[in-house]
Design a protein around this ligand. Structure first.
Ligand SMILES: Nc1ncnc2c1ncn2[C@@H]1O[C@H](COP(=O)(O)OP(=O)(O)OP(=O)(O)O)[C@@H](O)[C@H]1O
Ligand SMILES: [Mg+2]
Length: 234
């Protein structure tokens, strides 16, 4: 469904990603891991249409993405939960879900809101609360919920668990497992390698903008030497 082949992208003179390749199918989860500054966020930004592609190919559903605007990509089912979540703190949770995201039709909106609440009951209990008053974990659930309002087929989440309580992280991973089982493709950027490799099907390790290792997530999780080599820990 999504394929990056030797993709390079960056900002003006700065090349953030160089010849990064990965493939992700529907109903699968891929973890993109690597040290700070490796280019993980930039790669997601390039897929979402916010970071300039400098070379290589970006294919989604067999068609090239480069010429599409971020809005056109969202309409085709590509959703992106950026690093830091970027909610509107002074709007309610409901407003963040309904006006903050990509809207299809009113009827679809009501049905999608129901789906989000079913997936994250805590969000349902807090629809009238200001987003700024939520815990980090609840905010991440709202950010993911907002992305789901657009009925994506590809969900990209940047720094899923950063700064969140373990219990919230577990709940979010359970929700992602359900989405994956329903056929969604999930592309995850994680600091928490153990969690990411435990949940994902495949993994790509990025270093200085390049893919230095790719394979099954279970294989990477079983190989502390591999993780130690690239990430400096086991
Ligand atoms: N807006 C920007 N303008 C210029 N350079 C940028 C910009 N954003 C990122 N970069 C550079 O691109 C490279 C990759 O950064 P990126 O944020 O994609 O890495 P990352 O793997 O997401 O890192 P982190 O784990 O810290 O989030 C870095 O060298 C960074 O300095
Ligand atoms: Mg990043």
């Amino acid at each position: 469904m999504l394929e990056l082949s030797e993709l390079s992208c960056g900002y003006g003179e700065v090349v953030a990603v160089q010849r990064l390749s990965l493939r992700l199918e529907a109903g699968r989860m891929l973890a993109l891991i690597g040290p700070n500054g490796a280019g993980k966020s930039s790669a997601l930004g390039a897929v979402a249409g916010h970071v300039k592609v400098l070379g290589g190919r970006l294919t989604y559903d067999g068609a090239t993405l480069e010429r599409l605007t971020p809005g056109e990509r969202a309409a085709r089912g590509i959703a992106w939960v950026p690093e830091g979540r970027r909610l509107f703190g002074d709007l309610t949770v409901r407003e963040n879900l309904t006006v903050g995201g990509f809207v299809r039709t009113r009827r679809a909106e009501a049905a999608n809101l129901e789906r989000v609440v079913a997936l994250f009951p805590r969000v349902g209990e807090r629809l009238r609360q200001l987003a700024a008053s939520l815990s980090g974990g609840e905010q991440q659930m709202v950010a993911i919920g907002r992305a789901l309002m657009a009925e994506p087929r590809l969900l990209m989440i940047d720094e899923l668990s950063l700064g969140l309580m373990p219990k919230a992280v577990t709940q979010i991973y359970q929700a992602l497992a359900r989405l994956r089982a329903e056929g969604m493709a999930i592309l995850l950027v994680e600091q928490n390698t153990r969690h990411a490799l435990g949940a994902a099907d495949s993994a790509v390790i990025v270093e200085s903008g390049r893919d230095v290792w790719s394979g099954s997530a279970a294989e990477a999780a079983r190989d502390p030497a591999l993780l130690g080599h690239y990430l400096g820990h086991g």
